[in-house]
Design a protein around this ligand. Structure first.
Ligand code: NAD
Ligand code: GLY
Length: 356
């Protein structure tokens, strides 16, 4: 097995994504290589990741003579709000972080989104490096520069596009990930296969993710890189990455965020594809294939939430444009289509959606 891969993202400011083993240990050297010097580092992480990797990293950096400080916030989506961003700003202020310094986001998607947003807005923009430690963060949230936080009114409603300067995915960190959190990331991998890559979907369907983990991570990153390069600001093609997400976000909100993002996406993909089959958009059996694939990684494929409540939540989706929502539907596995629906037609569109 190849143990190291680099994917370069050619956005306004190009950057590399490194995928491999043992990369956390190499992080100081990689940062020095990136900068050509040793900038001051502001590490942002959460209360689960800090004892596993944060403290060690901080000690290593300090031993090597780096100026580095760490801010730790309570783990979980409930921390992803403006109050925590304010605390991060106070940390930056205490540490006198300037535009020549570097923010390091060490953790899952919550850390990456929140620290990235703080970096994007502190002094109108300080560069940052993503060091994702969940599968979801490696293959999705750390790639493409979407940063932001939640409001009580909905997820990710405040944010900024701010590309990282480097992304370092040390797959060894996935070894400490709880099975359920790993599965959240698998839902996003299934999404990439379903919309863009039938071969990837086939491999996941055959239950071969663990055997090909590094390859699958690199492939998902590459698929996202190709989409983001064509539509950095999410005005068209990038919406394909939202397959299953409109319903997924609606489910997360319905369950007051006790349902994880990955589980919401898994249910969303199956429900939407079931509705599309009934309308003749997607060939029969597709929802069943997605559901079977999700189930073998322990992901749910249905939810008892009432459809009218979900539709109501969908209307708050930030992808809504005027009276229209753009759904991502499948022509077949590996081939998507953007499908606008009038908001008022959504309940009828989804009616009877499978609760698999
Ligand atoms: P998360 O960051 O909350 O991490 C899940 C849990 O795993 C947390 O408790 C965390 O502390 C713990 N954890 C992280 N790494 C660990 C490790 N190596 N070992 C043990 N525990 C570890 O959640 P997530 O699933 O990584 O990310 C979800 C977030 O990502 C959501 O807020 C979602 O909106 C966002 N997201 C953003 C984008 C984007 O493009 N920016 C894309 C998809 C999702
Ligand atoms: N996760 C969706 C996107 O990055 O556009």
């Amino acid at each position: 097995m190849e143990l190291f891969r680099t994917v370069t993202v050619h956005t306004g400011r190009p950057y590399d994504i490194l995928v491999g083993q043992g990369l956390l240990e190499q992080l100081p050297a990689r940062l020095e290589q990136l900068e050509g010097r040793r900038p001051k580092l502001a590490i942002v992480t959460d209360s689960h990741v800090d004892p596993l990797y944060g403290q060690q990293l901080l000690e290593r950096l300090r031993r090597q003579g780096w100026q580095a400080a760490e801010f730790v916030f309570p783990a979980g989506e409930a921390s992803k709000h403006l109050g925590t961003v304010q605390e991060v700003y106070q940390f930056f202020s205490r540490e006198q972080i300037t535009r020549s310094d570097l923010v390091v986001a060490l953790g899952g998607g919550v850390v990456g989104d929140l620290a990235g947003f703080a970096a994007a807005t502190w002094l109108r923009g300080v560069r940052f490096v993503q060091v994702p430690t969940t599968l979801l963060a490696m293959i999705d949230s750390s790639v493409g520069g979407k940063t932001g936080v939640d409001l009580p009114e909905g997820k990710n409603l405040v944010g900024a596009f701010w590309q990282p300067s480097l992304v370092v995915c040390d797959v060894d960190t996935l070894g400490t990930l709880p099975e359920e959190t790993f599965a959240d990331g698998v839902a996003e991998a299934i999404k990439y296969g379903a919309i863009l890559d039938p071969e990837l979907f086939g491999l996941l369907e055959q239950g071969q993710l663990r055997e090909h983990l590094l390859e699958v991570i690199a492939r998902c990153i590459q698929l996202k890189q190709q989409v983001v390069e064509q539509d950095e600001r999410d005005t068209g093609l990038r919406q394909c990455l939202n397959f299953g997400h409109t319903l997924g976000h609606a489910l997360e909100k319905y369950h007051q965020f006790a349902l994880s993002h990955g589980k919401g996406v898994a249910i969303g993909m199956v429900m939407l594809t079931g509705a599309c089959e009934r309308r003749g958009i997607t060939p029969p059996g597709t929802a069943q294939r997605i559901a079977a694939c999700c189930r073998q990684y322990g992901l749910p494929t249905g939810d008892p939430a009432p459809l009218d409540a979900l539709c109501q939540n969908c209307l708050g989706d930030k992808k809504r444009s005027g009276s229209r929502l753009t759904l991502v539907v499948l022509d077949r596995i590996g081939q998507f289509r953007l499908y606008p629906v009038e908001a008022e037609a959504l309940p009828a569109f989804l009616e009877g959606a499978r609760h698999g």
